[in-house]
Design a protein around this ligand. Sequence first.
Ligand code: SF4
Ligand code: SF4
Length: 213
Amino acid sequence: MEHHHHPEASAGQPARQPAKERKRIGDRGDFFLNRIQGEAGVNISACYQCERCTNACPVSHYMDIKPHQVMRYIQLGWREELLKSATIWVCLSCEMCTTYCPNEVDVAETINHLRNIAAQSSVAPEYESLAVFHQTFLDVLRTSGRVNEIRLMSAYYSKLNILKEKMKDGSLKDEILVGMSLLRKGRLKLLTPRSRAIKELQKAHHRISGEMD
Ligand code: SF4
Ligand code: SF4
């Protein structure tokens, strides 16, 4: 006899629901999902994981959480994973993802919003120099009203010096490579003349790689 059916269990209250209250209290998924949907005005619930956003993204290769996964993480309430991800700093805001989404989910705006939250959050980014680079970009924009190439580069390098000890364990080299790819992909297309900014970074990259060999 494997199945014991107690008549009172099926007749009266169907089954105890011990997890119900606890589940509701601990349900951070809906809280975070609702927050991001409300603040960013994006219908993230509509995402059904077709991955077209990721396939359209020119830099998804460099992302630890792919664009379609970002949507899923938000649905699941995985706030911290998102805020410390490289993805939010790697994203170029090029809006290819949004353009290709069949459900009109504004993926680019969502990631942009996560980046803004992360910039003010105490969650430490997993790739520090990417966050430093982005923060420097914002600092220069705030102080000079526009992105000034010289100021951006000098501010970035002075901040980068702080991270120099990281070169020893090799992690910085990877981060610089990602930074280089961002420049090549036109992240800094606002900067003119563009070639000068790229040359500067290339020089720094060669210098750092040389030191590491
Ligand atoms: S906006 Fe960001 S996530 Fe979307 S396609 Fe561009 S780089 Fe990729
Ligand atoms: S393209 Fe739209 S529906 Fe498809 S995975 Fe990306 S966000 Fe979700």
